[in-house]
Design a binder for this molecule. Structure first.
Ligand code: HEM
Ligand SMILES: Nc1nc2c(c(=O)[nH]1)N[C@H]1C(S)=C(S)[C@@H](COP(=O)(O)O)O[C@H]1N2
Ligand SMILES: [Mo]
Length: 407
């Protein structure tokens, strides 16, 4: 009798932990998906950083819950071994979860890890989500059915782990495996549908190819070091991010301005712009969400050369950057602007930068997170007081240095 009672409370404890885990998992999945589809939803722009903070906060909470589960887990595990229960099932869920939590922590603290590690973590974090979410959906559907069945038949105790119990029995395990297989094979189609259905139609990135491309004639002529990208070219993939539609430009009406607290305001049309001497650099590109692209060969005009050409008024303390999208801005201090690798880029690995990636002209600030690297750059203004950029107004750190040590 006592043994039976003990079994039952342990079962109940497991069930209640299971339920809190499930709801935490749901919140993480929802906030995670919102983060994954971010630039798509203009409403979400305002709250993206909150969603991120909630995701991390709940993520840390889930680690705590999982640690609470550990003593119970060992018992549960031993019990399953004894009863020849579905161990593979349990291990699969647990390992996937631990993987998600570990990669999540690395993403959270990415500044303290190498960019390779955080890039890899983001890929794994995505992958494990796509493995675990379909599984969890399938699991919760079958589980609620079996629990209902068990409720209809109250003689059997639903929560005691037993080979004959329909919840954790071998047959349901096989069914679960089959179901997981089916769900995983369906997932890509579901995802494609999901992306197409819920993508805001006027944002052509993500999934949909943009119909329009820039019409800039003549095309910029790449320097030899660009044409054979130094180091062979970029390694990794850019994820095209935009908070607006992708603006396209034509050399007919495109121009570039540097004004504000300058000695002389400079205005260029495309042809004049192409006459400015360019340099070539190889640098890494880091987005604050965790992905990086390494050894990108950029060709363009150093920002410091621009500033020297225009002449800096001694009241000028900051440099503000404007995007042709009419919305996005950011800034650097004058000292930061003088760094050797801050570039107004025109070519990426020897090719004109496409509209999607910020062409015809984008800023590149390799030592800082890429929200500083304003796309469709068309105006540089020298100012006295600092300006808070688009993402910084919405919660991203004013300190965008990739390495905390270079603060
Ligand atoms: C069941 C657990 C989890 C799921 C299903 C999940 C899901 C996701 C998804 C889908 C993304 C978007 C990835 C992308 O943009 O490609 C994401 C991002 C992220 N996750 Fe998780 N996650 C989980 C747990 C955690 C934990 C425990 C942490 C840390 C404590 C964490 C931290 C992060 C961070 C820092 C990001 C990047 C946010 C950004 O876009 O800036 N996640 N997660
Ligand atoms: N105009 C504009 N510039 C922008 C952004 C944007 O949304 N609009 N996103 C920034 C962010 S957060 C990143 S990570 C990079 C992404 O560059 P990519 O789209 O070429 O990958 O552009 C940066 N510059
Ligand atoms: Mo970014």
């Amino acid at each position: 009798m006592i043994k039976r009672w003990k079994k039952k409370t342990r079962g109940k404890k497991l069930i209640s932990l299971h339920h809190s885990n499930a709801s935490v998992f749901l919140v993480l999945t929802i906030t995670g998906l919102l983060l994954y589809l971010p630039a798509l939803r203009p409403i979400l722009l305002q709250v993206r950083v909150w969603v991120k903070d909630i995701h991390i906060y709940i993520g840390l909470l889930s680690i705590f819950i999982l640690m609470l589960y550990m003593p119970l887990f060992t018992k549960h595990f031993q019990q399953l071994v004894k009863k020849k229960g579905p161990i593979v099932n349990l291990l699969f869920v647990l390992l996937t979860l631990v993987g998600l939590l570990m990669t999540g922590v690395i993403l959270w603290l990415q500044r303290y890890f190498t960019s390779d590690l955080s890039s890899l973590s983001l890929i794994l974090h995505d992958f494990l989500t796509w493995v675990l979410v379909p599984y969890a959906i399938y699991h919760s559907i079958t589980r609620s059915k079996t629990i209902k069945k068990a409720e209809r038949n109250p003689i059997k105790e639903p929560y005691v782990i037993d080979k004959t119990n329909p919840i954790l029995g071998r047959r349901s395990f096989i069914r679960m495996l089959v179901g997981t297989g089916v769900t995983i094979s369906i997932a890509p189609f579901f995802l494609k549908w999901f992306m197409e259905t819920f993508t805001v139609k006027d944002l052509p990135t993500y999934g949909k190819k943009i119909a329009m491309e820039n019409k800039m004639v003549p095309a910029p002529h790449p320097a030899p070091e660009s044409l054979q990208p130094i180091g062979g070219g970029a390694r990794g993939e850019f994820r095209p991010y935009t908070v607006t539609e992708v603006p396209t430009s034509s050399s007919d009406d495109w121009n570039f301005v540097i004004d504000g607290l300058v000695g002389k305001k400079l205005t260029y049309n495309w042809k004049q712009f192409l006459d400015i001497p360019r340099t070539v650099q190889v640098s890494d590109f880091h987005c604050v969400t965790g992905w990086s692209v390494e050894s990108v060969t950029w060709e363009g005009i150093l920002l410091k050369d621009f500033l020297n050409m225009a002449g800096v008024n001694n009241r000028a303390k900051f440099v503000k950057f404007y995007s042709g999208d009419g919305v996005y801005t950011d800034s650097l201090s004058l000292t930061e602007s003088m760094m050797e690798d801050v570039m107004v880029a025109v070519l990426l690995d020897g090719k004109p930068i496409t509209a999607e990636y910020g062409g015809p002209v984008r800023l590149v600030v390799p030592k800082m997170y890429a929200y500083k690297s304003v796309k469709w750059l068309n105006r540089i203004e020298l100012i006295e007081e600092d300006h808070t950029g688009f993402w910084e107004q919405r919660g991203y750190d004013k300190n965008a240095w990739v390495n905390k040590t270079s603060m």
